[in-house]
Design a protein around this ligand. Sequence first.
Ligand code: DGL
Length: 261
Amino acid sequence: MEKRIRLGLFDSGIGGFSVLRECLTAESGADFFYYGDNARAPYGERPEEEIGAFVREALDEFALIGVDAVILACNTATAVCADEVRGEYGFPIVGTEPAVKSASAYPSAAVLCTPRTAESARLRALIARFPQTRFEVIPSKGLAIAVEDFYLRRKPLDLRDHLPKTDCACAVLGCTHYSLIRRKISTYWEIPVLDGARGTARRAFGVIKVGRDDHLAPPKNTNDCLGDFSSIWGKHRIFFLGSGKIGNKALFDSNICFKNF
Ligand code: DGL
């Protein structure tokens, strides 16, 4: 029987679509399980323990499904608990990190991220590896939820309410939600904007052991109740999980992944 790759993607909401879009370029048909916890978004100002507990709820569900790997398509979740949860589950867990390395080709870079990511030791350590570049970390309190509101609830989004002025030579998007308005940010700041979505997707496919056939049999609900929250894209199937599954399926079906964001 053909072995289809099963990849879980987790985000607090719709931000992970920026990573899913890169995954959908894979040639062989795969099953993607997109877990969006929109009802509890944004995560970026929540206490670490709470974020860790929410991420584990999603990972438990991925374990039941029997995925080959999971992408934490959320910088905040990665910064808070990726290292811990990796030791707790039997599948590879790939994190999402700001594209600081790519920015090191510039003299200065604004790193736009959530408050929790901004204060994380992980981001500090990453930045410290590139001393030739001046990094200005800019935490944003409301931008992730404003992106949710813009796409899911059609509320207008005015970047003047969210972004301070910067004199940096480029910007790094340290939150997957921001990638969904990447061109808007680049136009507003008039600088190149970098994100790590493509690299993250590549790494995820790289850690999957092709031909591995030892995961659990397909859970009944893949075709039963999960089938109600699924979409097809070419050879790929996308199953929606988590508190935001209804809205996320509708948004996916409206082609968000293929907009030129
Ligand atoms: N999309 C997430 C990130 O990459 C989190 C946004 C939020 O829920 O605050 O950080």
